[in-house]
Design a protein around this ligand. Structure first.
Ligand code: NDP
Length: 253
């Protein structure tokens, strides 16, 4: 039988839309209390209402994870409000595509700050609590799930810095996995292919058109497909650690 997440607490960054929102709902369905983190507080409040309406527990934690103090406070508020921390899902991310020569350095900085530094700040703050939870019932194991990307395995033209951040997520995760293994804190990377979310909407219209042309003909993943993957990983028995899962739309080359 799949172990449930009753009496555990999860924190999901970037829970205001897309993969993060679906993942927060999925973890709540598995029985976890969920702290939902992001900048758009109205969206987080709607999500929390949906979770509590279905009988779950949720805590709205508005935060910009690129601020190390705010990231640490988000973790502290989660533990103060929900009592512990068993699962951290580092999902918040930004993808700004375009040619590297002549690119706006501010765009590169934003991606590094969110995709890499934000993930690291949240992890840094969460690790002591995860170690503590892993030493306790009900699971005696804890989880960090980092949302990487297919772009963290293969580099693509027009995606140099986005790929660099996602390759970085893979490296950080593997090193951390080795450091935390004996404390029963599992570190996993989920690497989605193309998912139908708001992610591409932050790009110039011309880039958005190129993406639509490239993926228009295929049946893309839905956020729930990635939420299912996260749910699978965190419900494995204590001795099973899923290090890495690449999930693509069937038709994506
Ligand atoms: P969305 O744009 O829907 O979600 C991104 C989330 O990140 C939003 O909830 C946003 O919330 C949050 N976020 C952005 N900046 C910050 C910040 N500074 N502080 C806190 N939260 C922030 O896209 P997806 O759901 O697709 O993206 C989720 C993850 O999945 C990303 O890491 C992305 O790289 C990855 N991914 C997505 C793929 C896809 O095809 N969609 C493919 C591969 C990986 P708010 O604006 O409220 O702060």
């Amino acid at each position: 039988m799949t172990p449930r997440l009753d009496r555990t607490v999860a924190l999901v960054t970037g829970a205001s839309s897309g993969i993060g929102r679906a993942t927060a709902l999925e973890l709540a369905r598995h029985g976890a209390a969920v702290a939902v983190v992001g900048r758009r507080e109205d969206r987080l409040a709607d999500l929390a209402t949906e979770i509590t309406g279905a009988g779950g527990r949720a805590l709205v934690v508005p935060a910009d994870v690129t601020d190390p103090t705010a990231a640490a406070e988000a973790v502290d508020k989660t533990v103060a409000g929900l009592g512990r921390l068993d699962i951290l899902v580092n999902n918040a991310g930004l993808m700004l595509l375009g040619p590297a020569p002549g690119a706006d350095l501010a765009d590169w900085r934003r991606m590094v700050d969110i995709n890499l530094m934000g993930l690291m700040y949240c992890t840094h703050a969460a690790v002591p609590h995860l170690v503590e939870a892993a030493a306790q019932e009900p699971r005696r194991v804890a989880d960090i799930i980092n949302i990487g990307s297919l772009a963290g395995r293969r580099a693509f033209a027009m995606s140099a810095v986005y790929c660099a951040t996602k390759f970085g997520v893979g490296a950080f995760s593997e090193a951390l996995r080795q450091e935390l293994a004996h404390q029963h804190v599992r570190v996993s990377v989920v690497e989605p292919g193309s998912v139908d979310t708001e992610l591409r909407d932050h790009n110039d219209p011309a880039i958005q058109q190129q993406l639509a042309a490239a993926f228009g003909g295929i049946d893309r993943l839905q956020s729930q497909d990635i939420a299912d993957t996260v749910g699978y990983i965190v419900t494995r028995p204590r001795h099973v650690a899923v290090g890495e899962l690449l999930v693509r739309p069937t038709e994506q080359i």
